[in-house]
Design a protein around this ligand. Structure first.
Ligand code: NAI
Length: 208
């Protein structure tokens, strides 16, 4: 099915299915009914059936879903069956914390390098990595088959750094800088704002 036919809402729910299936695997569950999955995830069983039908179903009447098979299928749809190499730009508090989060690797998302414009950080060890200078970016991206760049830098340089990375072939940006990137059509940015998530709580405290 072409990517564009799947709604954004469904695409956004897939990682959550994937996460629940990972937990089920850890619990050694072989199969699960849509009703049980619905109870665990707090969404209706019909929503689950509808979502997964977008990709051809995977379920069987009276059996439910095979956990391993469904997880493998969702992993394939999410592009996790082939490894993706990531770099982090900005080796400050956030960049270092992200570099140290090894759980990405279990999902085929491998942090290969971390870069910073500050010469005093260059050479510093962050987990298994060593901070590299921005001048090394171009060759590193080419030699390490990098497909995703994480921006953990202030908002002011974010646009020009993204443009530089685009010039080196990067098309997917995981953007933590507090600015929306204006990218060419063949590139995509996923903006992460932890404060948006926190504001769900302040809203609830205020209005709940
Ligand atoms: P930080 O000040 O500890 O680190 C920023 C790093 O970026 C520094 O090491 C600096 O040398 C480097 N840098 C600055 N300009 C650069 C450039 N042109 N090229 C390469 N490296 C450059 O800041 P922190 O706490 O790590 O936060 C990083 C950014 O992420 C900030 O802009 C902050 O506002 C944002 N942030 C966003 C969050 C979110 O949820 N979206 C959460 C936390 C921080």
């Amino acid at each position: 099915m072409p990517k564009s036919v799947i709604s954004d809402a469904v695409k956004r729910r897939l990682p959550r299915y994937y996460r629940f299936l990972t937990t089920l695997q850890e619990e050694k569950a072989e199969r699960i009914s849509s009703e049980e999955l619905s109870r665990r995830m707090g969404v209706t069983a019909s929503q689950i059936r509808q979502d997964l039908n977008n990709f051809g179903g995977f379920g069987q009447q009276g059996y439910g879903y095979n956990v391993d098979k469904l997880k493998a299928e969702l992993g394939r749809i999410l592009g996790l069956d082939t490894p993706h190499h990531i770099i982090i730009i900005g080796a400050g508090n956030l960049g270092q914390a992200l570099a140290g989060y090894s759980n990405f690797q279990t999902r085929g998302l491998i942090v290969k390098g971390i870069f910073d414009a500050n010469p005093s950080l260059v050479g510093k060890r962050v987990g298994d990595l060593e901070v590299m200078p921005m001048s090394a970016l171009k060759d590193f991206i080419r030699d390490n088959d990098i497909s995703i760049a994480t921006l953990a830098i202030p908002k002011e340089p974010a646009a020009s750094v993204a443009a530089e990375l685009y010039g080196y072939g990067i098309r997917a940006f995981w953007n933590f800088a507090h600015v929306d990137l204006d990218l060419p059509e063949d590139a995509v940015s996923e903006n992460v704002h932890l404060s948006d998530s926190l504001m769900q709580l302040t809203y609830w405290l205020n209005n709940g």
